[in-house]
Design a protein around this ligand. Structure first.
Ligand code: 4AD
Ligand code: MG
Length: 445
């Protein structure tokens, strides 16, 4: 509706009478005053209704009737409010609306999410409504900012976005977490990663990235795992792993910086520690080998309560939390044992037991946000690996082709969008980082 002003833009209309299309998020008042908390998706702000103003405008009877109607507006009623924009230094938002008229658009009866506390299951069952609340709204604005900043970063650095398929025949990240479906009489899987297709793209376009939903049949409930999550997967030809780490660091810093610059209000709503985010932008990320991380964990285990860990073991989240908190900045753990990593990773040139790879671990307990590696380039080595991992040579023949026709050193990585949203917003659980989460036992709404 053309004549409506968005709440985010009211600063340009101080002193003017404007119309706003909004929902009543909350309401309070006493005597001759009613305070409406309005939200229109762009922001929240307060509209003030003064009974004598209504009477002056509409006459005694109609004015009282209008005021009474406003006084009884239910939560989430949609309204078109007319009023004069005032600066208001007492409110965080800085502006307020002096209401001159209000028209109800759509009523609302017994809105389930009241300002009182609700349990998580209840809120999740009402996710389609919960998205309207302040905190969820702020998280989604941060998510949107990260998505925009991703395109901005890769555009500025000469990457081409390519779209990888969702229905695939391959299982690059292991065969235990697959969603299988029927594809005209043949088994197909929902994609775990776009990487193999990104590698084909890198051989065609040099630097590419995929950005799409990926699926893992995670059978345990944790605060870091979704069964459907979005992943950004850059892949770069003629690029060493060292160079890839530099790009990963620049990219994550760009994401944090963009949120700090463009969504500071959302971070404040979420009570995120902004000094810490600024520190992550300004200080170099730490790079530590898997070997050194294991040594550190063993040395410090007496003073901490994570489980004992041996060389060769994968880190549990308490181990990751300890290591990244020890350094106090996002930390790359480099060159993991071959036995616990994917088949496509490049073997170390002088060591049999590790591959050239890294995970980026966020501090404050947010865990792994990126997994990446240099890719194996040798045809025979990869054929061996495909066999060893119990994968079908026929299914992977197109991938193996990439090593037959001008194989080059190349590296890439995958950043989990919801992990990064959780980290930057400082939220405790990944389920709030995506509009409609899919987890064990949850596929509705
Ligand atoms: O470490 P992962 O499994 O790596 C890959 O899939 C590679 N193919 C990426 C690449 O090199 N192109 O997953 C990458 C990232 C993790 O670091 C994590 O941030 C996220 O994806 N992730 C999940 N996020 C939410 N829920 C899950 N179940 C996730 N599994 C991985
Ligand atoms: Mg990983």
């Amino acid at each position: 509706m053309k004549d409506l002003v968005s709440i985010i833009d009211v600063k340009d209309h101080v002193g003017e009478e404007i119309k706003i299309g909004a929902w009543v998020a909350d309401k309070s008042g006493k005597g001759k005053l009613q305070f409406l908390q309005l939200r229109d998706g762009t922001a929240y702000f307060q509209a003030v209704v003064f009974k004598p103003n209504m009477i002056e405008k509409f006459g005694e009877e109609a004015g009282v009737e209008k005021f009474t109607e406003i006084k009884h507006l239910a939560q989430e009623t949609s309204v078109i409010v007319t009023g004069v924009v005032k600066e208001d230094s007492r409110s965080k938002f800085g502006y307020e609306l002096d209401v001159t008229d209000l028209e109800v658009v759509g009523g609302s009866v017994d809105y389930p999410i009241t300002p009182k506390e609700h349990g998580t299951d209840f809120l999740m069952d009402n996710r389609h409504l919960w998205l309207r609340s302040r905190k969820q709204h702020a998280i989604m604005l941060v998510r949107n900012e990260i998505i925009c900043a991703t395109y901005e970063f890769y555009n500025a650095n000469g990457f081409v976005k390519i779209d990888s398929p969702i229905l695939t025949g391959s299982a690059p990240e292991g065969t235990t977490e697959l969603f299988e479906t029927d594809y005209f009489g043949h088994p197909a899987f929902l994609s775990q990663t776009g990487q193999l297709y990104a590698e084909a793209g890198a051989m065609a376009f040099g630097k590419v990235f995929t950005f799409g939903p990926t699926f893992r049949a995670e059978k345990s409930k944790t605060r870091r795992h979704l069964t459907e999550f979005w992943m950004i997967e850059p892949e770069m030809a003629f690029t060493t792993h060292e160079e890839s780490l530099d790009i990963q660091e620049a990219y994550v810093k760009h994401l944090i910086k963009s949120v700090l610059e463009n969504q500071r209000h959302a971070l404040e709503t979420l009570e995120r520690d902004i000094d810490l985010l600024e520190k992550y932008v300004n200080e170099p990320f730490k790079r530590v080998t898997y070997d050194d991380a294991i040594e550190l964990l063993q040395k410090e285990e007496a003073n901490n309560d994570y489980d004992h860990i041996e060389w060769g073991d994968d880190f549990g989240s308490p181990h990751e939390t300890f290591v990244s908190n020890y350094y106090g900045v996002p930390t790359f753990i480099i060159n993991y044992p071959k036995a616990i990593k994917a088949f496509y990773m490049k073997p170390h040139p002088t060591r049999e037991d590790v591959v050239i790879c890294a995970d980026l671990i966020a501090p404050e307990g947010y865990g792994e946000i990126i997994g990446g590696s240099e890719r194996a380039t040798d045809y025979d080595y990869l054929v061996e690996k495909v066999k060893e991992f119990g994968l079908s040579e026929e299914e992977y023949s197109w991938y193996l082709d990439l090593r037959k026709f001008g194989s080059v050193p190349h590296s890439g990585f995958g950043l989990g969008l919801e992990r990064v949203v959780t980290f930057i917003t400082g939220n405790q659980h990944i389920r709030e980082a995506i509009p409609f989460p899919r987890m064990l036992g949850r596929i509705r709404p």
